[in-house]
Design a protein around this ligand. Structure first.
Ligand code: SAH
Length: 426
């Protein structure tokens, strides 16, 4: 069957539109003139997701002609292995009758598309479970790209802007798909949540240690050049500077993403109440890095304050913060490197299978090159990290039926979790 075959290359993105758009800068400077310097979080939110001229709202920025390229766009193997992870977690949960596959920030839809191919291939293992797809996306432009990728013709755009579900469709494999703007809008039920390069796009606050205590970094107009923005350290404490920093933090400069914290709390609550698991993959650190806010335009670093709205803005994900916000009612695994996760998931075997079935020299070279891009520690293998939230029931002792089953030691021990298997719990 062609489901395990090599898929056509994706490197054929549309060109990025709206490159020199002064309206975003005007919008920001008039806002700052009216009410004073804005927080970095507000700056990031406006630049990325302002409903009229936000970077994510207007552009398809992914791919070779865009501003950055992501793992699911680089190789189909990435999504296939995550698809196997989803099925594995669903099985470990006792094969619930309904499975919601939820992706936050699906970009061009490639990850979910590769997962759905795996679901079809593993149909008999999925045992007739009712699978539904739920996508959380703020960008109307990207939701269109996703619909084209996942549904072809079979899609319906909802009329009302206020509806929680703003778009519905049916996948090529016959599964229902729904689009939402916010995580809160996703229906309840056993869910596997995926977020790849999603948390890094959420707004961060920036703080600077001073002799008077923590102060928030804000964005202001440069007094010498009214068309230019600059960072300033706010002289007085702000709500964020007094509430978001841990008392024992030793760093000079700290970035916190409260919106990411709220979303992780929401996922954790859902996993506790309805069962399921979350897999979060992003570049990030474990509460050690200081200044990671940066811009990308045309695959190059770009000054975050220059020509706002024409470049992607991003900050490394602080996994220690996500773990703290997830709370103790779920189990957190990781972060581990992308290389370790993909190796644990069997990327080497998968590559060999694809190579065995592929006789075109350039496609073979491309498979090997993309494998190297994903796993090489100098490339994406180290910088990208995998982190998971799991239900506490994943800690329960295995049932001791059957005589041959090896008895486990007393106490609650972790069951093997695909991709993370050799790890201890945190
Ligand atoms: N996961 C994809 C795309 C990453 S880009 C990939 O790895 O290729 C970030 C994605 O998150 C985009 O789809 C963007 O539109 C979406 N996004 C950014 N901020 C968001 C927010 N606040 N709420 C929902 N989606 C958001």
């Amino acid at each position: 069957s062609n489901e395990w075959a090599v898929m056509p290359s994706r490197h054929c993105s549309m060109s990025v539109e709206g490159r020199s758009d002064p309206s975003m800068l005007r919008h920001l400077t008039s806002k700052i003139t009216a009410t004073g310097p804005i927080t970095v979080a507000e700056y990031m939110r406006e630049v990325l997701t302002n409903p009229v001229s936000g970077y994510y709202v207007k552009n398809d920025m992914l791919g070779a002609d865009g501003d950055f390229i992501t793992s699911p766009e680089i190789s189909q193997i990435f999504g296939e292995l995550i698809g196997v992870w989803c099925v594995s977690e669903w099985m470990a949960a006792g094969k619930p009758k309904a499975l919601q596959l939820v992706e936050l920030g699906p970009g061009r839809g490639s990850l979910t598309s590769d997962i759905l191919r795996v679901f079809r291939q593993l149909q008999s293992a999925l045992n007739g479970a009712a699978v539904s797809i739920h996508l959380v996306e703020v960008s109307p432009k990207l939701s269109q790209v996703q619909a084209e990728c996942l549904t072809g013709e079979r899609t319906q755009v909802c009329v009302s802007d206020k509806e929680a579900v703003y778009h519905t469709g049916t996948s090529h494999t016959g599964l229902p798909i729904a689009w939402y703007r916010r995580v809160e809008d996703i229906p309840k039920g056993f869910s596997i949540f995926l977020a790849h390069e999603f948390f890094d796009a959420l707004p961060i606050h920036k703080f600077q240690r001073t002799d008077k205590g923590w102060r928030e970094v804000m964005v202001d107009i440069d007094p010498e050049e009214p068309e230019k923005l600059r960072f300033v350290v706010f002289p007085a404490p702000t709500l964020a500077s007094t509430t978001l920093i841990q008392a024992d933090d030793k760093r000079e400069h700290v970035e916190v993403c409260p919106e990411g914290g709220v979303i992780v709390q929401n996922l954790a609550n859902r996993i506790v109440e309805d069962g399921g698991a979350a897999l979060i993959a992003d570049y990030g650190h474990d509460g050690t890095k200081m200044d990671t806010f940066r811009g990308f335009r045309g695959h190059k670093l770009h000054d975050v304050l220059l020509a706002p709205g024409t470049a992607d803005l991003t900050a490394d994900v602080d996994f220690s913060y996500l773990r703290r916000m997830a709370g103790g009612d779920v189990v957190c695994l990781g972060p581990i490197t992308q290389r370790t996760f993909l190796k644990n998931m069997g990327i080497d075997t998968r590559l060999q299978v694809l190579l065995r079935n592929c006789h075109d020299a350039s496609t073979r070279a491309q498979l090997i090159q993309s494998y190297d891009m994903l796993t090489n520690l100098e490339k994406m293998g180290q910088r990208f990290q995998f982190f998971s939230l799991l239900s506490r029931s994943r800690l329960a002792e295995p049932q001791e039926e059957g005589e041959g089953l090896k008895r486990r030691k007393k106490g609650r021990v972790p069951l093997p979790v695909a991709g993370f298997s050799e790890l201890g719990l945190q």
